[in-house]
Design a binder for this molecule. Structure first.
Ligand code: SAM
Length: 316
């Protein structure tokens, strides 16, 4: 039976437009349902595509979506930090174009049993790779210290009501462990004054985002991916990154700037003595966002930010 995978890819035309003209090798670091990969292969029908996702269901769905391109694709289940092992199996390729479309797929959100959604009753899980990751969101909320929970909500959710929410979690778990998504969503909603709840934003949004980032170590994973990219790109290759919240976007923006201008000399020195050489050029001074039409068709695209960096032939 054909697998249903609920996800609409964002900024697809923009992703294709930024690919180098003569793209022959592509790395999709976040296969999801294989939407971007398929679109790229339709536009570069002779290209070889390597793709990973840490979620086994995503890899399965992508394999189905890319079946007609089976001979030119190599897909596997891996996280960004496991890319070296994945490549060791396929002869250390280098790429014309690397794409990462960060965060969650709509399919992951839609499946109540994955525990990502405050709208669906399910276990407080949130692991992208439930077969291999041990720590669930329930484990974090029930076992972390007050300081650890505050750090998670503040650093990964920028939640201004972190102290109140954590206080309530500690009070709740004295009697019973928190087990489900709805329990946590209701608890958060009960401590944020109604008049301060943002219209159109569920009060539990930032708490869920923070826990999900912590469970999946998402910011560290992104840093690890960015570290590997220079050695994975060909001399005229490009990398395109789509992020969905400001924490990720900030990391991407700073890394791209650093690649473009890595000099660490004091600004009053007349010439550079640090010897750090630029790696290329940022192609997107500002992030590329979805058009009004795309947002109307796919509301999830509203918060998508695309940034692209190009390695120039002459500089490496
Ligand atoms: C927004 S979806 C990608 C959708 C895909 N571009 C498409 O068009 O169908 C993000 C995917 O990235 C995966 N992912 C997130 N962090 C990851 C990581 N550190 N390593 C590997 N995959 C990751 C998630 O499991 C999810 O399937």
């Amino acid at each position: 039976m054909k697998m249903q995978f609920e996800h609409i890819s964002v900024l697809t035309q923009e992703v294709v437009d930024f690919a180098p003209e003569s793209t022959q090798t592509i790395l999709d670091c976040t296969l999801g349902g294989g939407g971007h990969s398929r679109f790229l292969l339709e536009n570069f029908p002779d290209a070889k595509l390597y793709g990973i996702d840490r979620d086994a269901l995503a890899v399965k769905a992508a394999a189905e979506r890319l079946k007609t391109y089976e001979k030119q694709t190599k897909l596997g289940q891996a996280s960004f930090s496991e890319l070296p092992e994945f490549f060791a199996e396929c002869g250390e390729p280098v790429f014309d174009y690397i794409l990462a479309d960060l965060g969650l797929s709509s399919e992951q959100l839609a499946r109540a049993e994955r525990g990502f959604s405050f709208l669906r009753e399910g276990p407080l899980d949130m692991r992208m790779d439930p077969d291999r990751q041990q720590i669930t969101a329930a484990h974090l909320v029930n076992n972390s210290s007050e300081q650890e929970l505050l750090k998670i909500l503040r650093n990964f959710g920028e939640e201004r009501f972190a102290r109140k929410i954590v206080g309530k979690i500690l009070e709740f778990r004295e009697k019973n462990p928190l087990k489900t998504t709805k329990e946590l969503a209701q608890l958060v909603s009960s401590v944020i004054p109604r008049r301060l709840q943002k219209q159109g934003l569920n009060p539990a949004t930032l708490t869920f985002q923070a826990l999900r980032i912590a469970v999946n170590d998402e910011l560290q994973e992104l840093e690890v991916l960015l570290k590997q990219i220079p050695s994975l790109l060909k001399k005229d290759g490009r990398v395109a990154l789509i992020s969905f919240h400001s924490l990720e976007d900030r990391i991407v923006k700073h890394q791209f700037r650093k690649w473009e201008n890595p000099c660490v000399c004091p600004t009053d020195l007349p010439y550079c003595i640090c010897g750090e050489k630029p790696r290329g050029q940022v192609l997107t001074r500002r992030p590329v966002n979805a058009t009004k039409k795309e947002v109307a068709d796919n509301p999830r695209s509203r918060s998508a930010h695309l940034r692209v960096f190009a390695v120039e032939k002459t500089v490496l």
